[in-house]
Design a binder for this molecule. Sequence first.
Ligand code: 0FV
Ligand code: MN
Ligand code: MN
Ligand code: MN
Ligand code: MN
Length: 516
Amino acid sequence: MNVRREWLKEQVKLLITKKKSVIEQLELIDTLGQLGVAYLFELEIKDVLSSISSSIEIIISDMEESVNLHGIALLFRLFREYGDLQNSQLSLESLIRSIKSESLKVNIEQDIKGLLSVYEASYLAFGGEDELDEAGEFAAKQLSELRKNSSLDPKLGEQIDYALEIPLHWRVPRLHARWFIDFHSNQKKIDSNLLELAKLDYNRIQSLYKKELKELSRWWKDLNLVCEELGFARNRPMENYLWALGCAYEPQFWRSRKENFKIICLIAIIDDIYDIFGTLDELELLTNAIEQWIIAPELPEYMKICLLAFFNTVNDIANKILLEKGLHIQLYLRQSCVDICKAYLTEARWYHGGHTPKLHEYLENAWISIGANVVLTEAYCLSDDLTAEALENFKFYPDVLRHSSILIRLYDDLGTSSAEMQRGDVPKSVQCYMNDKNVSESDARKYIKRFLIRKHWKALNERFAANPNLLGSFKTGLLGLPRISQFLYQFGDGYADPNFESQNRVIKFLIEPIPL
Ligand code: 0FV
Ligand code: MN
Ligand code: MN
Ligand code: MN
Ligand code: MN
């Protein structure tokens, strides 16, 4: 398999460098990305994009002349995805011009490929790019209309449904790759060597995940926290591994993925202590003990058991980095843990005091209590590129992390708040908004889905593009965690209470290889 894979890789390299039109170049780069193999050809892709970059104005004016909506939209999206800020602005203007030009409307309505591309491109918008939103909405509407046409090719119909369900930019890349490979398997549209490489590589990475999950499950079992004293807590190692994969799915980030998994397992138990089991007095004691990083003697037994494992896990990883690099990361990890527990305590006080915060007041706390601050701080500290200087320059929670966290929180609230309210928990974003505006639950959900989530994705896109040099899986997690959150909570609580739909998708992700 490895020999075959190497050979295929060489063939695909030849394919990339073969002479072809700009549109064909762009489509190939896009296909590599959607197949999940772009990471194998980073240099080649960079070369192609920078050669396009150097004659961008001519290319765009050619596309405008031939009314190539698909081409301009794809160009825009790829420059945004690959972080070429300057050229994405340039092609954005052309894109808007093309869509707006009245005379083109007739063509546009029949140009399904163009509409799909505009739709997908619109999700890469920054804050304030409202015209792009409008273009995306226009495209979505046209596509739903076209979908009703019974003579539409069924394959194309399937593609439209899939796109309208969730845009590409919001999807978990590995899962999308699986869909994309399956979708194209019996078609002749993708070069057969490339498709075979994608399948081999998908299966190779999947078997790597299985190995990791096996090792991590053993660690979790040996930790022995699934015990009588903590019987109220969630025991979901596989789903915790999915969170860690969401943060970094690339094989080379194994280190941070593994430690992220461990910390997520522990955070999930601590969350359950704050939400479900602890009395308010106990929770005050617990928060104090975590701030001082001690197993205080007055803590109840179940808290001691959990804290000891928690401190050990964090100290262990800090010690490894100290031995390897001479760097002290423990204070950073500790600070992120203290911050989340304080946010948990605030929620517990609100809950026990019967307080319903305003939505903005709730979110000001809840973007921390969702836990991405802990995962991403750890990801930063475990990046292979971490140096003494990078550690010194670490800033807790820049704006880009805040927007990412808010998204994870909003998806979580949409999926979990019904059960949380039934069980008894602090009002979540849905309930806070209902209370603020005196609206129904379904209106609150609509507001969050259609407005708030869009708004924070735009802010995240913008901040992410403005910070191209972030470290390791800190960088990948900023986009990856909202995506995995979207995935886990799309059909209710796929994290703690998985239904058939969620399980099925996980099996495709982690268990079932692609038939060759
Ligand atoms: C959220 O669960 C959840 F998935 C947790 C705590 C696992 C860790 C996830 C990350 C670190 C991102 P839940 O809905 O119970 O969380 P809240 O905050 O709503 O109690
Ligand atoms: Mn909870
Ligand atoms: Mn909670
Ligand atoms: Mn902001
Ligand atoms: Mn929740």
